[in-house]
Design a protein around this ligand. Structure first.
Ligand SMILES: [Zn+2]
Length: 329
């Protein structure tokens, strides 16, 4: 549906209904990933995750595994800017070099939750996975490692957290939206590219989990954190940066209008990236917390196709979700 029509629905819904709770899309994307991952945890790993989280008195988010997937963003916002660089790895489009995007892979502080500030999501996923796997890690640090992992594996799969066009991962690119208003490209991927996929977190997680075949899972469980980052970079280059924006963070640049077909390609890519992130978050947690490794899906269902259902949810989501985004920035 064109955004113009969506905005009409916003107005209609605003008049007819009480406002829906404001969900930052970034939050919802992470919660969907954690929900998918939870379905792939072994019973032993799931029990350990829950037991660790049950010891946590932090109130920045809810206490359960799904809510804790957004904790690292809340922590950064609560005055911990020293963790800001850990959420991404800005691989440059014109010079794709993972090492330079990751500050030359610096040694970890001890413990890794203490730094260094100049480090990237790839290093932090590996460092926190190693801490989580080590039963000798002091309990408070091991809990932090778990909470960071619940978030950072997701961030790694947001294409604009793994790519840069000298534009702060698309934050400097202003999009002119169909119905009026503007939004930056990075925020568009954090929110709109995923919001339109399903009507709510639980339904979207079930829909995407149901599309994951055993062959997908087997394929996605291969590779290293670095490979996953470069794959995410590839999605940014092939899809996200097809917006037609110029490199850089200049002022006075005209807003970009997304080309025809961009929205559909972005949604398809976002869906697969969320599915991959869910599978890999489970893999990381199973490896660290249950040496037996791989689980058979429990809440996740492996079915070959849910295309019809997906399309239906998609159109429902468009009606529903846009009501929460009335003032498109
Ligand atoms: Zn983040």
């Amino acid at each position: 549906m064109p955004l113009r029509n969506m905005l009409k629905l916003v107005l209609a819904s605003t008049l007819l209904a009480a406002p829906l709770p404001a969900l930052a899309w970034g939050h919802e994307g992470h919660e969907v990933i954690a929900t998918i991952a939870r379905g792939y945890l072994t019973p032993a790993a799931r029990a350990k995750v829950d037991a660790m989280l049950a010891t946590d008195t932090d109130t920045l988010t809810g206490p359960d595994m799904i809510a804790r997937s957004t904790w690292a963003d809340a922590w950064r916002s609560a005055g911990h800017r020293e963790t800001a660089s850990w959420h991404f790895v800005d691989v440059e489009l014109d010079h794709p070099d993972l090492a330079s995007a990751c500050f030359s892979f610096p040694p970890q502080a001890q413990p890794p939750s203490a730094g260094p500030a100049q480090d990237c999501v790839v290093d932090k996923v590996d460092a926190f996975a190693a801490e989580l796997a080590d039963a000798a890690t002091p309990a408070p640090e091991r809990l932090l490692a778990l909470k960071y992992l619940l978030h950072f594996v997701g961030d790694l799969h947001q294409p604009l957290h793994a790519a840069d066009n000298h534009d702060r991962g698309g934050n400097c690119v202003t999009l002119s939206l169909d119905g009026g208003g503007t939004m930056n490209l990075h925020a568009w991927w954090d929110t709109i590219a995923v919001q339109e996929l399903g009507p709510d977190t639980a339904t979207l997680a079930a829909t995407l989990a149901a599309r994951i075949t055993p062959a997908d899972r087997q394929r996605w469980e291969q590779g290293t954190t670095r490979d996953w980052a470069l794959e995410s970079f590839g999605v940014a280059r092939a899809v996200a940066y097809q917006a037609g924006s110029a490199p850089g963070c200049g002022t006075g640049v005209m807003p970009v209008t997304l080309p025809p077909g961009y929205d559909a390609a972005a949604q398809a890519a976002a869906a697969v990236q969320i599915e991959r992130a869910g599978v890999r978050l489970a893999l990381v947690l199973n490896r660290a917390l249950d040496g037996t490794g791989l689980a058979s899906p429990s809440t996740a269902q492996n079915t070959s196709s849910v295309g019809g259902a997906t399309a239906k949810h998609r159109s429902k989501r468009r009606h529903h979700r846009v009501t929460q985004r009335g003032g498109v920035q």
